[in-house]
Design a protein around this ligand. Structure first.
Ligand SMILES: Cc1cc2nc3c(=O)[nH]c(=O)nc-3n(C[C@H](O)[C@H](O)[C@H](O)COP(=O)(O)OP(=O)(O)OC[C@H]3O[C@@H](n4cnc5c(N)ncnc54)[C@H](O)[C@@H]3O)c2cc1C
Ligand code: SF4
Length: 488
């Protein structure tokens, strides 16, 4: 704890966003990294409270009080060493993690929590800037080959850990570029894609091979709404014959549909059918797909994906953007004594919401209305909880004008055909069945096949994917070598 009175002297530094009218004119990032002084002051607010709840609130168990102290003292090189000891990719989490650590911060009980996420980002951005992030190739090679299916944060974390343990790792990705949802789901204004490219270059220098445009499956017929840019197909049998272990880290890609009357009208799309072409266009990989300019846009679903559709629609110049959420509006502030140190239920207003969006809560879509096969409006109804069930309020129906609807209601499960082609057992939700604790964790029902990330746990967060990739790598190393020094 660098400064014992820091939490009494300094306020939380709120990250400054570029003004709305300026940032909606481009797709670039608009949140600058903290300056040295800001980061130092924020680090000084950490109370090093003895039991670091933040460390437990963080899914990768970042050693937060230690690097807060190091930043306060100006020892940035040591700070990045400590940060990298638990997190392969702090530049991703430092930008897009919802920061459950901050909900767990003890200072947050009666004051604003330490700006942990912004310090994390300051450490890693500074480390890249100063050339402190270098490839760490293994000194001794094991002679073992590992295949990783999927290049999202789970696959990347597993691949990096295993390459550093001396294994020859090949990552297979069906899409044209590496990164999973970091690359194609999350817009550039939240995560600039050069951040992924420089990590990829580091991993290649550590010996990881990336095979893009390559689908691993014996059934290529993927569900509607799932992107597949593969020009090559590898079967699970080929993979299992060639590699000593396989990790399935293909995410949870099956989008939840809304099968109400009128679903067939043109103008109704899954969120990723909107977001992926936009990300590709920014990368120069194709033309913009759906354009929201001059349109009345309705986004159905109140989570991150929905929020990204809001931000993208506003950047296109939509006439109006409305976001619908079926659940009631949560309280603006959480009841701290009730919720701390856990992730509280409260109204979350993203930077995209601030850019212009009407948010409707407790509404359900009854029908899509259209003319000549084209969407023109939605028929909605207000709902409330009755006897623990969401129930329509009689007489509360209303119509909302819409030219475009984006369905952002989450993802139901991984690609069943991919799982079936490997023959792995599924859990009741359709994810790959594998435990995360004890002997044989992360192993599937098929010998030498492991699973991590959203493909195992269902749709989740980047930080959980990194945790699972790291932990799974440890289990694979143990399986291949009989012992491991990789951290959990
Ligand atoms: C629009 C959107 C915004 C989000 N925003 C946030 C956010 O702000 N913060 C946050 O923490 N989380 C966010 N999330 C969630 C987060 O992106 C995911 O939880 C995380 O990326 C999961 O990582 P993963 O590695 O398990 O899978 P993914 O990132 O989904 O990667 C899986 C990869 O595997 C590939 N693949 C699948 N099957 C095969 C196959 N058979 N052969 C070859 N390749 C295959 C896919 O093409 C994909 O590239 C968001 C999700 C979406 C959709
Ligand atoms: S990864 Fe997320 S939870 Fe962990 S320290 Fe960073 S912002 Fe907090």
């Amino acid at each position: 704890m660098g400064k014992p009175t820091g939490f009494l002297e300094f306020e939380r530094v709120k990250e400054t966003y570029a003004p709305v009218e300026e940032r909606v004119r481009h797709f670039g990032e608009f949140v600058p990294t903290l300056t040295l002084d800001e980061a130092k002051q924020q680090g000084a607010r950490c109370m090093d409270c003895g039991i670091p709840f933040c460390n437990n609130g963080c899914p990768v168990n970042n050693v937060i009080p230690d690097w807060n102290d190091l930043v306060y003292r100006g020892n940035w090189e040591q700070a990045i060493r400590v940060l990298h000891s638990t997190n392969n990719f702090p530049e991703f989490t430092g930008r897009i993690c919802p920061a459950p650590c901050e909900s767990a911060c003890t200072l947050g009980i009666n004051a604003a929590p330490v700006g942990i996420k912004s310090i994390e980002r300051a450490i890693i951005d500074r480390a890249w800037e100063h050339g402190w992030v270098k490839p760490l190739p293994a000194a001794v090679k094991s002679g073992k080959q590992v295949a990783v299916v999927g290049s999202g944060p789970a696959g990347l974390a597993a691949a990096q850990q295993l390459a550093r343990a001396g294994h020859a790792v090949t990552v297979f990705e069906k899409n044209g570029r590496v990164g999973g949802l970091l690359r194609y789901g999350i817009p550039d204004f939240k995560l600039d894609k050069s951040v992924i490219d420089r990590r990829m270059a580091q991993m290649e220098a550590e010996g990881v091979t990336f095979k893009v445009n390559t689908l691993v499956s014996s059934d290529q017929d993927l569900p509607k709404g799932v992107t597949n840019d593969a020009t090559t197909v590898v079967t699970p049998a080929e993979l299992e014959a060639q590699f000593d272990a396989v990790i399935l880290a293909g995410g949870s890609e099956t989008p939840r549909d809304l099968p109400v009357p009128g679903r067939e009208f043109s103008g109704i799309h899954f969120a990723l059918e909107f977001l992926i072409p936009q990300n590709k266009a920014v990368a120069g990989d194709g033309a913009n797909g759906i354009n929201a300019q001059g349109k009345h846009v309705v986004v159905i679903g109140g989570g991150d994906t929905g929020s990204d559709c809001v931000g993208t629609s506003n950047r296109h110049g939509a006439l109006s953007v409305t976001q619908l959420e079926v659940m009631p509006k949560p309280p603006v502030e959480e009841d701290k004594p009730m919720t701390w140190p856990y992730w509280p239920l409260k109204l979350r207003t993203s930077s995209s919401h601030e850019e212009g969006c009407v948010r409707e809560f407790a509404v359900s879509t009854k029908e899509f209305i259209g003319e000549n096969g084209k969407l023109t409006a939605l028929k909605l109804v207000k709902v409330e909880f009755k006897d623990g069930k969401l129930t329509e309020i009689p007489g509360s129906e209303f119509e909302l004008k819409a030219d475009l609807v984006f369905l952002a209601m989450g993802f139901t499960q991984p690609l069943a055909k991919v799982l079936d082609s490997f023959g792995v057992e599924k859990d009741p939700r359709g994810n790959i069945k594998a435990t995360t604790d004890g002997a044989g964790c992360y192993a599937t029902s098929v010998p030498k096949v492991f699973a991590a990330g959203d493909m195992r746990r269902g749709q989740s967060l980047v930080v959980w994917a990194i945790r699972e990739g790291r932990q799974c790598a440890r289990e694979v190393d143990q399986f291949l070598m009989g012992s491991t020094v990789l951290p959990r």
